[in-house]
Design a protein around this ligand. Structure first.
Ligand code: F2R
Ligand code: MG
Ligand code: MG
Ligand code: MG
Length: 311
């Protein structure tokens, strides 16, 4: 049966949440063994999400509120989005936020405008962390075209991440989510075309180089460890967004395998798996995700409700 647009939208948000919550226990580990991951997958406990999903929810809620107030309005208002992110951190500061971003959110909460707060860290250059990319996938649900989605990706990023690499990472992940959402899971995914699409989005040489490396890695059955060594697995956007794209393109038709591969890469496991999970979920839909995982995920009901409002 054909996968509906609504199921793909649910898959995008649930895939992001599942990758985050399943990857979180392993964040920072250089290696994740199969037995350890299987034990986590089969545990009876709730799957607890981190900052990745907390901010994805905040962005989705912003987009849904804008749409409900006036469907013809601009999808993002930077000032209120910045406030919403800062409130999400204030409400749940224990969700594992990065050291730089908590300073930015703290300043925004105190009333400092986001364009100043985002530049108040790391000597004025701002964060190059993957925090803008990890939360960006919902913009693909409202983007009218690839270009529009990329624009929304950049605009959602600038409110906290002033460094160009963090912004490029968000734009690239937004574009990947849009392309995954538009792809037909009944037809094999053309990874060359997919990467060509992404190549139109970010022109910076370091990012183009990463896209070339993804293409090269896809020609071999490289292990997750090898992929991590070539593309990176750290908290920098440049060291993790391309890695998540690779994890998706390695297993585009099996969302659970996409998430497992991403976690086996090690390093920033929650974030790489969340970004990869959003892409796989957007392509294959929510019904293709393991129901035993969805049942254990804490914010499942909120993610489904938001997907339905945005689809
Ligand atoms: N922060 C984590 N995990 C670490 C453990 C969390 C905490 N100790 C706890 O358990 O409570 N995970 C989350 O952070 C990543 C997303 O990062 P984001 O939102 O971009 O934050 P930040 O702080 O801006 O950047 C992360 C780190 O990157 C380094 N960094 C960034 N820009 C830099 C720059 N211009 N110069 C030098 N270093 C820079 C810093 O070390 C930042 O702290 C995700 O993994 C999410 O899961
Ligand atoms: Mg996290
Ligand atoms: Mg505006
Ligand atoms: Mg992380």
């Amino acid at each position: 049966m054909a996968v509906t647009r609504n199921d793909k939208c649910r898959g995008l948000l649930l895939g992001a949440g599942l990758g985050d919550a399943l990857g979180a226990p392993f964040e920072g580990r250089s290696r994740v063994g199969s037995a350890t991951l299987t034990a986590e997958e089969e545990a009876p406990s709730n799957l607890v999400h981190t900052d990745d999903t907390a901010l994805t929810l905040a962005l989705a809620e912003h987009l849904a509120a804008r749409r409900a107030a006036n469907p013809l309005d601009d999808a993002i208002d930077e000032d209120t989005l910045a406030q919403r992110f800062a409130e999400a951190w204030r409400r749940e500061p224990w969700r594992g936020f990065g050291g730089g971003i908590i300073e930015v959110f703290g300043l925004i909460h105190e009333g400092v405008p986001w364009h100043r707060a985002s530049r108040a860290i790391f000597g004025g250059e701002g964060s190059f962390g993957n925090g803008a990319a990890m939360r960006v996938a919902p913009v693909a649900l409202v983007g009218r075209s690839l270009q529009h989605t990329v624009e929304l990706g950049y605009r959602s990023a600038v409110v906290s991440h002033a460094h160009p690499d963090a912004q490029h990472g968000a734009a690239l992940q937004a574009a990947a989510a849009f392309l995954a959402l538009c792809s037909d899971p009944a037809t094999p995914l053309d990874s060359t075309l997919f990467l060509q699409g992404l190549g139109q989005v970010v022109h910076a040489p370091a990012w183009q180089d990463k896209l070339d490396r993804i293409a090269e890695l896809l020609t071999r059955r490289s292990t997750p460890q090898h992929a991590g060594a070539i593309l990176g697995n750290g908290v920098a956007a440049l060291e993790s967004v391309p890695t998540a794209v690779l994890a998706f393109l390695r297993n585009p038709d099996d969302s659970a395998e996409t998430i497992r591969y991403a976690i086996h890469i090690g390093g920033d496991t929650d974030t790489i798996a969340s970004m990869a999970g959003a892409l796989a979920g957007a392509r294959n839909g929510a019904k293709a995700l393991p129901t035993r995982w969805i049942r254990r995920l804490e914010p499942t009901a909120r993610l489904v409700e938001l997907a339905d409002r945005l689809s």
